[in-house]
Design a binder for this molecule. Structure first.
Ligand SMILES: Cc1cc2nc3c(=O)[nH]c(=O)nc-3n(C[C@H](O)[C@H](O)[C@H](O)COP(=O)(O)O)c2cc1C
Length: 226
């Protein structure tokens, strides 16, 4: 598949068939995804492919705990970074009812998805250059999510559906116990992978135009073509 085509057509898949997933396909995806960039090329990403039904059930329960909290906040339009006017800012981002319904369906059926990829990172490999700033840190994740995005694109290239969620990170202690994570290995994402139900997929993704999100020389000055 053409790279730009894959970048424009990789939705969050919330509905999966029961068809099993071939390990060889997953292995091929990881074998390409591992060429992602990471700070100092330390490649601290570690992924656990969870296919065991009982483990999937337990992970889906942990995810559901957090999803229910999120759902309550999302209904009030207050999710994400909490500043004094977070609620006002998030209003324009309020998820559509349809998306909430789809995501709720996804959360409820997570245990049935063929493979749950628990994407972790070895914390000692990260150089978190914004850790001393007086705001929440975002840099550390950069050395994990490059790999994760490659996995999502790899799935798309194979015709697989995927969905990235980060809710499981809040249940890290329980996940660590369940999957035997060593100390200092953090959970950064859960990626559900399986064959998509075709009639439940988006035909067109909705994203902001370049001019709204990319600026030239100063913030807010749209990066436009002459
Ligand atoms: C950091 C992050 C966290 C996300 N968390 C969830 C989640 O908890 N549940 C979910 O179903 N999708 C989650 N998503 C997927 C987004 O909801 C999805 O990309 C967005 O709604 C656009 O949907 P689309 O790609 O299908 O157009 C997450 C995506 C990112 C990047």
């Amino acid at each position: 598949m053409d790279l730009y085509e894959a970048m424009r057509t990789t939705p969050s898949c919330r509905y999966f068939t029961d068809d099993p997933l071939d390990d060889e396909i997953l292995h091929r995806i990881f074998d390409h995804a591992r060429f992602a960039s990471s700070g100092g090329n330390r490649q601290g990403w570690r992924t656990i492919v969870v296919t065991d039904p009982e483990l999937k059930r337990q992970i889906s329960e942990l995810h559901a705990k957090q999803w229910n909290v999120y759902l309550d906040h999302a209904r009030d339009g207050v999710v994400g970074y909490q500043t004094t006017d977070a609620a006002t800012k998030m209003d324009s981002y309020s998820p559509a009812q349809q998306r909430l319904t789809r995501t709720d369906d996804f959360a409820k059926s997570l245990a049935n998805v063929p493979a749950l990829l628990v994407c972790c990172v070895e914390l000692w490999t990260l150089a978190v250059t914004d850790k001393d700033l007086d705001r929440q840190s975002i840099v550390g994740g950069g050395s994990l999510y490059t790999f994760v995005q490659n996995v999502l694109l790899g799935c798309r290239n194979e015709g697989l559906g995927s969905a990235l969620t980060t809710l499981l990170a809040a249940e890290e202690a329980a996940v660590a116990e369940l999957l035997g994570l060593p100390d200092e290995v953090a959970v950064g994402a859960l990626v559900a992978v399986g064959w998509p139900v075709p009639e439940k997929q988006y035909t067109k993704l909705s994203r902001k135009p370049v001019e709204e999100v990319v600026f030239r020389n100063s913030y807010g000055n749209p990066f436009e073509l002459d």
